[in-house]
Ligand binder design. Structure first.
Ligand code: PEP
Length: 296
């Protein structure tokens, strides 16, 4: 069985009806990027940079730079999309991802970064510099509206200007995008493109949570947590249509993407780029090879 799955790696990524697809991994750092590459990942669709914080201390610019360049080395030339720190009142330095139920509606993701611009700048400097060493893209989490986007990009431009003045090598053209994890952002997706957003990643974990008002760790609300509900399908279609019309790439990430039933639905909604846990990559490939992207 395992050998058969490994043989799958050599087959081209084409659906039964001939549509190309891309399989990316959600990773935490160089070690699991290495194993994702061995499982056939074409890149890292979501690098959860906040794991860098787990020791409970904010790394300085140089430490972050080393982490991103080590990730690039592990990916061996494959692209990596780094999500900027996603912590807030529940995901603090001390308890990132410990799953407290409060504050999912509060100061998280880009909201928190915009409140702590020095910390955010440190991360942006490290990313812009690491971007000169390999194909990095940067993703902002928990973006609600174009005001968030504009504010974040003003900080990015300030960092670029500073690096130019100091003649520090960096990637002038590194793409910046947003995570679509809030319905308000899906409903206004085209506005982000008009304001310069270069790619979208749908975050199914959070988008499911916020669409159905069902906390991702709240077991009593489990039956409302439906990553491919009619409501989710409408929001996802809106995002796909906006990305198509604006000519920007769109990817979908989150636990639901590793589930074959959801995966095929997402494919048939027009998605072609999927990011998931490295362990589910080969199974996902098998499912997509046998699926039709176009249904009558
Ligand atoms: C998501 O929200 O779908 C996602 C992939 O992000 P995380 O689970 O890291 O919050």
């Amino acid at each position: 069985q395992n050998e058969a799955l490994t043989q799958l790696q050599t087959l081209p990524n084409l659906t039964r009806d001939g549509e190309p697809f891309e399989l990316l991994a959600n990773c935490f750092g160089p070690e699991d990027i290495d194993s994702a590459v061995q499982s056939g990942a074409q890149g890292v669709g979501l690098l959860r940079s906040d794991y860098l914080m787990l020791p409970g201390k904010m790394p300085d610019e140089q430490e972050q730079y080393f982490y991103y360049t080590a990730c690039l080395a592990a990916a061996q030339g494959r692209p990596i999309t780094v999500r900027t720190f996603d912590f807030g009142s529940d995901r603090t330095l001390a308890n990132v991802y410990q799953g407290e139920q409060s504050a999912h509606l509060g100061l998280r993701g880009i909201r928190s970064s915009l409140r702590q611009p020095r910390q955010f700048e440190t991360q942006i400097y490290a990313l812009l510099r690491a971007g000169a060493r390999g194909p990095l893209k940067v993703l902002f989490p928990m973006v609600t509206n174009v005001e968030d986007w504009d504010a974040a990009m003003r900080i990015v431009e300030r960092c670029r200007q500073n690096l130019r003045e100091r003649s520090v090598p960096f990637n002038e053209n590194m793409p910046f995008g947003i995570m679509l994890s809030i319905p308000a952002a899906c409903l206004t997706a085209e506005e982000f493109i008009a304001h310069g957003c270069q790619f979208f990643t749908i975050g199914t974990n959070d988008l499911t949570q916020y669409t159905h008002a069902a906390g991702r760790e709240v077991t009593s609300a489990e039956r409302y947590f439906q990553p491919a509900s009619a409501a989710m399908r409408k929001l996802i279609r809106m995002a796909v249509d906006a990305a198509c019309a604006g000519g920007i790439p769109i990817n979908i990430a989150g636990l639901a993407v590793g589930d074959p039933a959801n995966l095929v639905q997402y494919l048939q909604m027009g998605l072609r780029s999927f990011s998931m846990s490295p362990q589910t990559l080969l199974d996902a490939k098998r499912v997509l090879l046998e699926a039709d992207a176009h249904v009558l």
